[in-house]
Design a protein around this ligand. Structure first.
Ligand SMILES: Nc1ncnc2c1ncn2[C@@H]1O[C@H](COP(=O)(O)OP(=O)(O)O)[C@@H](O)[C@H]1O
Ligand SMILES: [Mg+2]
Length: 251
């Protein structure tokens, strides 16, 4: 078994209005896994993701990242686990694609030469080099989402968590982001994708975790859980519905 990166032990999260966002979740995530966190709207996916890098802290239970308690090691945790948010497009701060990707490194006061080298490499890895001088606001939806991924990747995370990475993307945009995520997993990153629509990625995943009402209801491989998706309000992929099994998207 590959080494454990994330270890969640009986966490519970109660929002300030008393609503219990996470009831009782325990979960281990290992290096190299490609995990889909599935569930209908309101099932608690985003709430769980936000606990992984300490944006939310549990009211009880613990989360260990590489053996360290997240609540006591926020900086280290956020280096290890990069988070690509659903509304990443609205968080753009740079005037150019290059500056946008450099932003996180500049905050760490890293030397200019090193920043230039790292940003150039990440833009190349994600096929964004030709856009380096473009204003981020002029990018397509898929390019913007890739830019958000570049801003995370440049920080060298071990795990990259995505919250609804395909939302509001057209088909080409979805394929661009999908192939980027697949490449990231193949280059050794552990991937966690929270989504209410598993269709584009189900073939790539090694594991699906189905959530409902702030709890994990199922945890297993895509082929064993696919027929359970709809009972938790998640659409079963068309290919599987029509008896063709799991058919990968063309990336
Ligand atoms: N700040 C908050 N205060 C109270 N309830 C919240 C808050 N944030 C989320 N919730 C509730 O927690 C539940 C889970 O939300 P969320 O994690 O966003 O679900 P998902 O990402 O699966 O759609 C929802 O019922 C939502 O209304
Ligand atoms: Mg959500």
């Amino acid at each position: 078994m590959p080494e454990k990166i994330i270890d969640i032990n009986s966490i519970r999260h109660i929002f300030s209005d008393g609503y219990i966002g996470i009831k009782d979740i325990s979960l281990s995530i290992h290096k190299g896994e490609f995990i889909i966190l599935a569930g209908k709207n309101g099932s608690g996916k985003s709430t769980l993701l936000r606990h992984l890098n300490g944006l939310l802290l549990p009211d009880s239970g613990t989360i260990l990242v590489n053996g360290h308690d997240v609540s006591k090691h926020l900086v280290q945790t956020r280096k290890t686990i990069g988070m690509v948010f659903q509304d990443a497009d609205t968080q753009i701060v740079g005037d150019t694609v290059f500056d946008e990707v450099a932003f996180g490194l500049e905050n760490l006061k890293i030397k200019r030469d090193k920043i230039n080298e790292k940003v150039t490499q990440v833009l190349e890895d994600l096929n964004l080099s030709h856009l380096r001088q473009r204003n981020p606001s002029t990018l397509s939806g898929g390019e913007k989402r890739k830019l958000a991924i570049a801003g995370i990747l440049v920080m060298d995370p071990q795990v990259i968590a995505f919250d609804e990475p395909f939302s509001n993307l057209d088909y080409p945009g979805t394929l661009q982001v999908l192939s980027t995520i697949i490449d990231l997993n193949q280059s050794g990153h552990t991937i966690i994708i929270a989504t209410h629509d598993v269709e584009p990625i189900i073939c790539e995943a090694t594991r699906i975790i189905i959530m409902e009402n702030g709890q994990i209801k199922k945890d297993g491989t895509p082929d064993t859980l696919i027929m359970h998706l709809e009972s938790f309000g998640v659409r079963e992929p068309c290919s599987s519905k029509f008896g063709l099994g799991l058919v990968p998207w063309p990336t």
